[in-house]
Design a protein around this ligand. Structure first.
Ligand code: GTP
Ligand code: MG
Length: 257
């Protein structure tokens, strides 16, 4: 191998002569190429997870549009999405002592793609989860019901790890997405509790933890009470007359979708 073959564009030629050891220069060039290829592969993986997020978000938006058109009430308040940051991925793999490779990310981490659906009432959560999971391209991989079984700190939410096929130009890939469905009250609580976790030194930490737990109970009671009241109002309403049903249908037809 002559010296010229080692002059890779990865080390600009004007700097190549600075590394006199030919073997070392070769090694650096090879490692630099590997690193660039890994980064490109990782970027592609991020693109695929971003598309999986779009698929899942669209599914919930479709349900929301349908509910909006069919009924007077929309169960979804808002949908947030996030792609796990490179820092968080690296830290999670390191924390779990897992290999820092693309394959390891795909195999071991379920929450690279995250979709959070925030509803008004507790029964909306289960109704939406049911409609979503019934779709024949969705595979449920794991379900954690922190509403039925809240965490010790008071955290409540329904977590689903699902797999969804995503069609790209030349291939189809099944991608994992973490879906969290919760009420506005649960979301409000979780945001505050999350903030506390990231602050290192909080005065009276134990007191705050206890107060948050108390708030979680109050929020749970309020969520249940609000649902009870809504159901009570619904059942108290008289059966609509034929004219009322037709007039409601007319109102729906004229409503923009
Ligand atoms: P992670 O390794 O953190 O992903 O946990 P896990 O794999 O055991 O999954 P789990 O379903 O318990 O939690 C997944 C996600 O739910 C977290 O990344 C948070 O977004 C949210 N979450 C879970 N527990 C809590 C909690 O106690 N407080 C808050 N604010 N969020 C939580
Ligand atoms: Mg997580």
């Amino acid at each position: 191998m002559n010296d010229k073959t080692l002059v890779s564009p990865l080390i600009p030629s004007k700097e190549n002569h600075l590394i006199e050891d030919v073997e070392l220069r070769d090694l650096i060039n090879r490692e630099a190429k590997k690193a660039i290829l890994s980064m490109a592969q990782f970027h592609e993986l991020e693109m695929m997870y971003t598309c999986a997020i779009k698929e899942v978000k669209t599914k919930f938006e479709v349900l929301s549009t349908e509910f909006n058109c069919r009924f007077k009430r929309n169960p979804i308040n808002y949908i947030n999405t996030r792609l796990k940051s490179r820092d968080s991925i690296f830290n999670k793999l390191a924390r779990k002592k897992l290999p820092l490779t693309i394959e390891s990310v795909e195999q071991n981490l379920n929450d690279i793609a995250g979709v959070r659906v925030v509803c008004t009432y507790i029964d909306d959560i289960y109704e939406l989860a049911d409609s979503f999971l019934k779709q024949d391209d969705i595979t449920l991989l794991e379900k954690k019901d922190y509403i039925e079984n809240p965490k010790e700190n008071g955290y409540r939410s329904l977590h689903l790890i699902i797999s969804v096929p995503v069609f790209f130009a030349k291939k189809k890939r099944d991608m994992k997405v973490e879906v969290q469905i919760r009420t506005m009250a649960m979301d409000f609580w979780a945001s505050l509790e999350h903030q506390m976790k990231y602050k290192k030194m909080i005065p009276d930490q134990d007191k705050i933890v206890a107060e948050l737990k108390k708030c979680a109970r109050v929020i749970n009671d309020t969520d249940k009470k609000m649902l009870e009241i809504r159901k009570h109002i619904e059942t108290a309403q008289d059966e609509p007359t034929e004219e009322e049903i037709l007039s409601e249908k007319l109102r729906q037809i004229n409503k923009p979708i």
